[in-house]
Design a protein around this ligand. Structure first.
Ligand code: PBG
Length: 329
């Protein structure tokens, strides 16, 4: 009998040596919670395609923020779900100083100044057609007019006290244009989280239900601005441009199907690199768990740990509160 020269199992034998050789540790401070926001008071509406996720009015949002603070979650990403009466061709509600996002930001900052706030910057919740930008007569999303709108939106959020503006629209040149406008207006501390490698993914379906853009988008798609799912060299070019234009952190989205992209981005640039575990990923895990097919806690913590292993510095996830609680038990 030949003995193995090296026994990999020796270090795996006991919990103490497994702990000593563990390369990555998931912490509540790695997580960013995601919240959907509605106008009004005392409103809490379930999102049918995302069981366990609600759209909440500002009072409910404050409760959610309190939970983040208690659990050690450093930041909350805000997505508005405006009434259809607030939608228009030009998306003007997006930069209304008294708009929902701006009021929510002021309320959150007044109560929990230590909680970081990340504001989505894209027009889709506010347009009657559900596209992330302004369209021409052929339905094509126009780049420069959209960037002008995104600048106004970013300034309104910065003025309300948003810590990070997060353009999720994939227009060309928007990071540089927003940075310049923020600097000129004196918002030198407002950070930019660039959705740099954002794919034209089918995993966003439940999110579009949650913010109420899916019906408006109809059979439309976002292939003329979001990236082709088959590409990853292109992701590196996108990230490189956003860094050159002044992004403070970059993001890969969706998450689990794009771990290869995450690893390449982190290796190539060493930037603060965030990943978004999107609505469809949440829905898949939740559906399997509800059917008793997967152990929810185990698979969720496994996916979040996989993001860290692949190079993520922070993870946006609808599971942030659950995961932080599980990590504390
Ligand atoms: C749109 C936006 C989307 C998401 C975040 N911002 C959807 C889209 O591009 O259609 C998706 C997030 C998720 O699926 O959880 N600006």
């Amino acid at each position: 009998m030949n003995f193995p020269a090296i026994r990999m199992r020796r270090m795996r034998r006991d919990a103490f040596s497994r702990a000593l050789m563990r390369e990555h540790t998931l912490l509540p401070s790695d997580l960013i919670m995601v919240a959907f926001l509605v106008d009004g008071e005392g409103r809490r509406e379930a999102v049918p395609s995302m069981p366990g996720v609600d759209r909440v009015s500002i009072d409910g949002l404050l409760e959610l923020a309190g939970e983040c603070v208690r659990l050690g979650i450093p930041a909350l990403a805000l997505f508005p779900s405006p009434e259809s009466s607030a939608k228009s061709e030009d998306a003007a509600e997006a930069w209304n100083r008294q708009g929902l996002m701006q009021r929510a930001t002021r309320a959150l900052k007044a109560k929990y100044p230590q909680l970081g706030l990340i504001g989505d910057v894209a027009l889709d919740p506010y347009t009657t057609h559900g596209q992330d930008g302004l369209i021409d007569e052929h339905g094509y999303v126009m780049n420069e007019p959209t960037v002008e709108a995104l600048i106004k939106m970013s300034l309104a959020q910065a003025e309300a006290g948003m810590d990070f503006v997060a353009p999720s629209d994939m227009m060309d040149g928007r990071i540089g244009a927003i940075r310049e406008a923020l600097e000129k207006a004196g918002y030198i501390h407002t950070r930019i989280l660039a959705y740099s490698a954002k794919y034209a993914s089918s995993f966003y379906g439940p999110f579009r239900d949650a913010v109420g853009s899916s019906a408006n988008l109809g059979k439309g798609n976002k292939h003329t601005y979001q990236m082709d799912v088959a590409n990853s060299d292109e992701a590196l070019r996108e990230v490189e441009l956003d860094i050159a234009e002044g992004a403070d952190a970059v993001m890969v989205k969706p998450g689990l199907p794009y771990l290869d992209v995450l690893r390449r981005v982190k290796d190539a640039f060493g930037m603060p690199t965030f990943v978004y575990q999107v609505s469809g990923e949440y829905a898949m895990l939740k559906a399997a768990a509800q059917n008793g097919w997967l152990d929810e806690r185990a698979v969720v913590l496994e996916t979040l740990t996989a993001f860290k292993r692949a190079g993520a510095d922070a993870i946006l996830t609808y599971y942030a509160l659950d995961a932080a609680r599980w990590l504390r038990e």
